[in-house]
Design a protein around this ligand. Sequence first.
Ligand code: SF4
Length: 274
Amino acid sequence: MMIHERNKKLWEHMKSDCSKCSGLCCIALFFSKIDGFPIDKAPGQPCINLLKDYRCKIHSQLEKQKMKGCIGYDCFGAGQHVTQVIYQGQTWNDIPNQSMEIFDVFIIVFQLYQIRYYLTEATSLISAKPLKKSIQCLIDENIKMCHYRPKDILSLDLEQYRNKSNHILKQVCKLLQQSIHSENKKGLANFPGGNFKGQDMSGADLSTKLLIAANFENSLFNGTIFLGADTRDTNFDDADLSEAVFLTQGQVNSAKGNRNTKLPYQLEYPSTWK
Ligand code: SF4
């Protein structure tokens, strides 16, 4: 199978499908009211709005009730994998004595899926064969780890795997910036709340930048790196993000946009974008 065909298949596995999950993100994670969740809660405690069939009681009102944390969260498909593959359809409700184990496994698998998402995109961005091969090895290792038994997942050295992946992703970002020959220094700008309407942001490295409530209406983002950027309430109305790099569904869900906003092909329009 050609690598790009294989990656297309991998993208499909990284779209979250809540109907095949058991509300894991609404239980396993710590979250707080201040971050746009309904309550302050500890990991392992179900959200007050989680129904018995694992749907959200206020799903249609999340925007109205300003549940920005819920809207912005995306598990990259880890939830359905843990529920359907690792526990073969058994949920924390079916096997309550294993519930804490399920939640801990979900948190690790979520991180592996997040890393795999970036690695999958990285393979499509570069042509250097040795680097491409190293990335593919990391993806293969990732898939293998996500199929381990729960006790083996819990004893993984995640930090070591993350460090190896980060090292490669840094090289990809560097190559990408060199290939774009960008003189764009907007990566140094002060973004939160700033107005960048209509600006060409192509080639800027916005990794880990706080873009909160910045206005990028009608801006262009060819080759712009979004790795770990905070896009809460960032305005992308009419912007062209189709060639943006390392942009995730969670970042898009947290941001504002409209139906004229152009997105990378693997991402979907949030229902809140009209
Ligand atoms: S409000 Fe709904 S989406 Fe948000 S954590 Fe609770 S159950 Fe999940």
